[in-house]
Design a protein around this ligand. Structure first.
Ligand SMILES: [Mn+2]
Length: 370
């Protein structure tokens, strides 16, 4: 997955951490005595990811000691370019299963377990693939636990349910009530979401955080579906990833505000796996502005990324007479400053440019002081 705000080594670390999640999941399975793993789509960002991402992921999967059921989602659909038809995926051991149709999938290693899924065949399905799957099922035989995997948005969580690919919650409820399945594992939302009071319908979110908009990312679910009839299925939310995408919103009017921002940035652990987006507001003196720019410059290399969110920021620079006196300018510099200061008092783009120019001049002159 490529993030435009991650540069160079930070992007490489992000990509590698996503691949290293595979052995980490094996460790979690061992620690929690999980018997198998289901993945509900969007394992890959696209069917056209870099070849080394595919071969490296496949190599880690080939060493994964537990059965894995992978459902293709909208980012990695089962179309003609499917990543799951690549040679390295075809060569994976039998326990790594890609769900390619509505058939019931079983593994010799998992007696009494059935897995069904509704894979995506393209990026824009025109129907509720999960609903179609569930309606095709017969009730489960006694002693068998059946798990359904689906990808997409539940209509019960959507404000607009007109999209034909929305997953019908009513159809899921009907299938649960008529003993066609015991648990529905959902993918697409990047936030852990318990979607039914029975505890039998969950989005697991994303195992490694990928964006600023996610709620409760970096998680996997440990599910005991065997108790999923009554009471609730036993589902435990477990930490799996260590990336974070932080939006920091602050007022930065005074040097005290800046100190607070500086302390907040300093307190963040694991900076090399943290992307920060700053939404700052305030009217800054030239000195405060220079200090803020310095703080951003100084912090930038510590974090995976750190940038100003221009859309959510509202900063203006207000030159103060005192600051001018401090600099003790003379000659041409002095007359330029006075001209810019006059223009900066107006409004409009020219005044804004004048304030920027003053800010730059202040920094240059200030850094030249001994
Ligand atoms: Mn998706």
């Amino acid at each position: 997955m490529t993030r435009y705000f991650l540069k160079g080594e930070a992007q490489a670390r992000f990509t590698q951490d996503r691949i290293d999640l595979i052995p980490k999941l094996a460790e979690l399975c061992k620690a929690h005595q999980a018997e198998f793993v289901v993945v509900c789509g969007d394992v890959f960002d696209s069917n056209h990811v870099a070849p080394q991402t595919i071969v490296r992921a496949a190599e880690k999967l080939s060493r994964f000691p537990y059965p894995v059921f992978i459902l293709p989602g909208n980012h990695d659909p089962l179309n003609a370019a499917s990543v799951y038809d690549s040679d390295v995926f075809k060569a994976l051991p039998e326990r790594i299963m890609v769900i390619r149709n509505k058939k019931i999938h079983r593994s010799a290693a998992l007696p009494g377990i059935e897995v069904v899924g509704a894979p995506w065949f393209n990026k824009q399905p025109t129907t509720d693939l999960c609903g179609q799957l569930l309606e095709s099922l017969e009730p489960v035989a006694k002693g068998v636990i059946r798990i359904a995997l689906a990808h997409g948005q539940l209509d019960s969580l959507m404000p607009d349910t007109s999209h034909p690919a929305c997953i019908s919650k009513a159809t899921i409820n009907k299938a649960l009530a008529s003993n066609k399945l015991h648990y529905v594992a959902l993918g697409d939302r990047h936030s852990v979401t318990d979607s039914d009071e029975s505890g039998r319908v969950w989005y697991s979110g994303t195992p490694v955080a990928t964006d600023f908009t996610e709620i409760n990312p970096n998680k996997v679910l440990l599910v005991d579906a065997s108790v999923g009839i009554d009471p609730r299925a036993r589902v435990e939310v477990i930490d799996s990833g260590s990336w974070q995408f932080l939006r920091i919103q602050e007022n930065t009017d005074t040097t005290d505000d800046l100190t607070r921002l500086e302390n907040r940035l300093a307190s963040i652990e694991n900076k090399e796996r943290t992307s920060v987006s700053l939404a700052l507001s305030g009217a800054l003196s030239l000195a405060t502005n220079a200090a803020l720019e310095l703080l951003i410059e100084k912090s930038r290399d510590l974090f995976a990324s750190l940038r100003m969110d221009e859309l959510r920021s509202d900063l203006s620079v207000v030159p103060e007479q005192l600051e001018y006196e401090e600099l003790a300018l003379s000659g041409y510099a002095r007359s330029s400053w006075e001209e810019l200061a006059e223009r900066a008092k107006q409004s409009g783009p020219e005044a804004e440019a004048a304030r920027d120019a003053l800010a730059l001049m202040y920094r240059l002159a200030d850094s030249g002081k001994s």
